[in-house]
Design a protein around this ligand. Sequence first.
Ligand code: PGA
Length: 250
Amino acid sequence: MGREIMLGKTKVIICQDKQEVARKSAAIFAQAIKNNPEIVLGLATGGTPVGMYKELIEMGKNKEVDFSKVKSFNLDEYAGLDASHPQSYRSFMNQNLFNHININKKNTHVPDGEASDCEQACRSYEEAIKGAGGIDLQLLGIGSNGHIAFNEPGSPKQSRTRKVGLTARTIDDNTRFFDSRDQVPTQAVTMGIATILEAKEIVLLATGANKSVAVAGAIKGPMDSCLPASFLQRHPACTFVVDKAAACEL
Ligand code: PGA
């Protein structure tokens, strides 16, 4: 299941379709949780991880995976959306994963998109990650423009958790989750590239031909802030799990 190749330091698992991406990535996360029940996970939102989360929910229901001691830190949150807003990333995580598994919600963290002192809240988020012992296994998606979390093109590799503006392309891509484009927030709070690269292990998921150019640039292109995912090339334990369509430019 899934053809594995090494490109530089990056392991690439090429799956037939998005269902196989979901199964393969869920198997990686399930095994990691079995190996270390107190694991600290970095989690992601967006359309891509939903299939993997469904698989993990099933494994939780079948008692194959116990999430009771797992801690999690999400990558990002829209600025200006209340956590209870249906399109907030806190709501997304509750609906797509946390409400359906035996994780302790007190152990789940999502950046505060509404903090009155945003800089302080960002520093506290970094400290909370460090206090938990750092992220053991980080899940990522990738934007069609090569962003990781909301680190848009131009984001420096030393960046840490901070408030950022979203590019027009990201706003276009995310309009499908809102009633109209003008409802999509234009800013977000995101872990930085340096924050992400400190994770001990990283798994990036990508499906569909619209991600193929970003995936190829991330793995084989020059390491450059114009394609933030390219900084993953320097990580010693990064795996891309992609479908054939997303792998077609490799
Ligand atoms: P998507 O988003 O999974 O909704 O395509 C991925 C991302 O922007 O990181």
